[in-house]
Design a protein around this ligand. Sequence first.
Ligand code: TXA
Ligand code: MG
Length: 323
Amino acid sequence: MYLCRVKTAITRDLNKVLEALENGFAVGIPTETVYGLAANALNSEAVRSIFTIKGRPPSNPLILHFYDRKQAEPFIQEFHPELEVLERVFSPGPITFVVPKTDLVPSIITAGNAQVALRFPSQPDLRTLLSKVAFPLAAPSANKYGEISPTEASHVLRQLDGKISWVLDGGPCTFGLESTIVGMEDSLVTVYRLGSISLDDLSAALGYIPKVKNHASDVSLAPGMVKYHYAPKTPLRYYSREIVPKENTGYIFLSTVPEGFPVNRSCVLSARGDYREIARNLYRVLLEMDSRDFEELYIERPLPEGLGLTLLDRLNRATAKFQ
Ligand code: TXA
Ligand code: MG
């Protein structure tokens, strides 16, 4: 039935969303990072519909969402003490743990991998929902494969209208970038995706700088797959000082519009230059600028430190298509 066109509505009614999930349908859900496309992780038909709706290759595994460790216990074999350190500091919140799975996790979730990715979100409406469901929620970001992740309920509607019944409205996402994904390699924490929790924050909690193997930014691990992602439809390129203002072009700056650039075609991500605010606004501003029929978009490059590293990761992928 999910393949038929359905009427998509934004709702605040948790019970409607709960009922759809219990009946094996995928729904849009708020999280503190980005909106997700959630379904019952133990219902293979429901999980398959996530891949179909997103147009996502089945080789790309999904994250399980739980209320707490107790709910997750039957699905994981072990939780390394180093990951426990991070869990105590950052969970519930925007951090995803890759850990050995039990047989209860269907292989469609992990794309055949022996490890499963899971997280404990902090978004209050999602937490209420998670406290009521009798199964884990599998949820990738609620965008079409390769496109920009949604950070408001209306963005989900824009991308997935007609493909799901409900989007639970939890307001704008407070972080605005995907979760940071961590796992264990040689008894050391390794980062698989830079995210809402910066490398500096992880290092401060761990007492060492974890290795970054940034392969999990929705890019399939299969060889030959494209390296770009998070991309708008309008060609997006990095702004630099040599760039002069052009017609039919939109500009996204970090904190100030440089002299001579058209204010009505420019957006500022954070007037105070605060990187958390820049992160919170980035996808929304990209989506808005993408819908304004510009021929080209330019964006200022964030500094390569703290959350700036995550922003650069996403923007390098978003601009890769257009270089
Ligand atoms: O913030 C988030 O994590 C959001 C919200 C909705 O929770 N979810 C999200 O899911 O970003 P998705 O599917 O768009 O990205 C999940 C990433 C994928 O790139 C995938 O490769 C990686 O997590 N992943 C999933 N399972 C994994 C595993 N077992 N080992 C390594 N990476 C894994
Ligand atoms: Mg994604």
